[in-house]
Design a protein around this ligand. Structure first.
Ligand code: NAP
Length: 495
């Protein structure tokens, strides 16, 4: 079977697809796990089982480290131009296959096809961007102040990388790591989320077809991520951990990496404020909040989680937002026309339900939505709450769902103080007609990324990442993303 045939294959019995052979992808081979155990993958739109993938053991993971170590020398010595062309081919194949990949993402994650298509385009862009970066890795040259020697700084691939990704962007969170790692000359082991492994495997087949040599990218799934990751990090050949996921798991992994002094990049949780001033353009702001809140049905680390609206515009904004949220078409991710798909699991629905009940119990007003749907599938309706008290649980926890809580404010200083009243600092949104105010507020909000009069902040060409408990390091951007996978080597040269 050639690599492209590993992609989705129609299944007569299932309303969708039965994706390829579901092996662990190690050294270019599709392997079962050592103990033959598997992990079920469920379609969140229906609750139905769609696949089962191997459940890697610690021994499987250590085999992947051996393989990545064997492939490392060849890959780092592959000329940058050649690496660049392979990455460019990954981009092209992703674009050619975008409809198939989007369908797969939608099946295993539940997101609406239009969001899945957006994700594929975004994910592919990391290959195009890093294909361009791969041939632009430069060094530094300087004169020692004492005049005795020259200072040469060379940037080298950091070594074997363990990459761990979440379920909410099964393609983009993987390519945002794999593309710069490969551009830098590193070999990798990817552990995707157990809920959404199929996209990662489909992409592995695509990389192979694009010319990525066996062993350079390895993909394994496991139901025992703590022990499996700990074993890989304990191997001295592993030099990098790049993680995207929740802050609590990030803390655990940082502690594990610290034991072995491993370079770590952490893309963690968020609690984004969305600040609307009286002088904002109402329609543009409503367009923006619908993207910032509802992309991926609210299951995004950058999702607007706390919406602060100045008193003068508050009621018109609340009315416009409620109208737009109530009109969204909720349905299975793969159904044409769906605008809001299901949540990833029943547990996620229960959490959202708990947060909404807590807010209403403390005095918030429900403007639309507000109660979990029965199954099948894991649905929660688009919901708007106003007058949410500052001590509501949802003011401090990621909602990760289609719930828009509104908080009223009076002054600029109050908006900044409330926006910063969180342990997180990933993204923030500001809407105002006064650019000076926008820049002033942007400089005072504690976040790694600010969208000023925009509802979308992510861009492969810009550095993505957070401050405070939202993480360490940056992905994407001019040199930022690739630098996370390189080590500076200084050479003192006598003259
Ligand atoms: P999660 O529970 O932290 O899981 C993320 C990944 O870590 C999964 O692959 C998971 O594997 C794995 N994992 C869990 N426990 C582990 C352990 N002890 N050792 C090693 N790996 C472990 O997060 P999630 O629920 O999938 O994703 C949602 C979170 O990700 C939210 O907080 C969101 O804000 C954050 N996120 C951040 C960004 C960003 O760029 N800052 C982007 C997207 C999402 P299993 O699936 O097998 O449990």
């Amino acid at each position: 079977m050639n690599a492209s045939q590993h992609l989705l294959q129609p299944d007569d019995d299932a309303p969708g697809f039965r994706p390829f052979s579901h092996g662990l992808y190690i050294d270019g081979e599709w392997l079962p796990s050592r103990d033959g155990r598997r992990i079920d993958v469920v379609n969140p739109s229906t609750g139905a089982l769609i696949a089962a993938v191997p459940d890697a053991t610690i021994e499987d993971a250590l085999t992947a480290v051996d393989v990545a170590a064997r492939a490392a020398q060849g890959w780092r010595q592959t000329p940058p131009r050649k690496r660049s062309e392979i990455l460019r081919r990954c981009f092209e194949l992703m674009i050619e296959r975008s409809e198939t990949l989007a369908t797969l993402i939608s099946l295993e994650n539940g997101k609406a096809l239009r969001d899945a298509r957006g994700e594929v385009a975004y994910a592919a862009e990391f290959f195009r961007w890093n294909a361009e970066e791969a041939v632009r890795i430069t060094g530094e040259f300087g004169i020692a102040p004492a005049g005795t020697n020259r200072i040469v700084v060379d940037y080298q691939p950091i070594g074997i990388c363990v990459l761990i990704t979440p379920w909410n962007f099964p393609a983009a969170m993987a390519t945002r790591k794999i593309a710069p790692a490969l551009a830098a000359g590193c070999t990798v082991i990817l552990k995707p989320a157990s809920e959404t492994p199929l996209t990662a495997f489909a992409l592995a087949a695509l990389y192979e077809e694009a010319g990525v040599p066996p062993g350079v990218v390895n993909v394994l799934t496991t139901s025992n991520p703590g022990a499996v990751t700990a074993a890989m990090l304990a191997d001295p050949r592993v030099r990098k951990l790049s993680f995207t996921g929740s802050t609590p798991v990030g803390r655990t992994l940082l502690a594990e990496a610290a034991r072995h002094v491993i370079s770590s990049s952490m893309e963690l949780g968020g609690n984004a404020p969305f600040v609307v001033f009286d002088d904002a353009d109402l329609e543009a702001t409503l367009d923006g909040i619908m993207v910032a809140k509802m992309r991926n049905a609210g299951e995004a680390c950058t999702a607007a989680n706390r919406i602060y609206v100045q008193s003068g515009i508050h009621d018109a904004f609340a009315e416009g937002l409620t109208r737009r949220m109530a009109a969204l078409k909720v349905g299975a991710g793969t159904d044409a026309g769906t605008e809001c798909g299901p949540m990833i699991t029943r547990k996620a629905v229960d959490k959202i339900d708990r947060l909404v009940r807590d807010a209403v119990g403390r005095g918030a007003r429900l403007l639309c939505g507000g109660s979990a749907a029965e199954g099948p599938g894991f649905f929660y309706p688009p919901t708007v709450l106003s007058d949410v008290p500052a001590d509501a649980e949802m003011a401090h926890e990621e909602i990760f769902g289609p719930v828009a809580p509104l908080y009223r404010f009076e002054s600029e200083g109050e908006a900044i103080a409330r926006a910063n009243d969180t342990e997180y600092g990933l993204a923030a949104y500001i809407y105002t007609g006064d650019l000076g105010r926008g820049m002033r507020v942007a400089s005072k909000i504690e976040a790694g990324m600010i969208a000023l009069n925009r509802g979308l902040v992510s861009d492969p060409a810009a550095p993505f990442g957070g401050v405070k408990q939202s993480g360490l390091g940056r992905e994407g951007g001019q040199h930022h993303g690739i630098a996370e996978f390189m080590e500076a080597k200084y050479i003192a040269v006598s003259m």
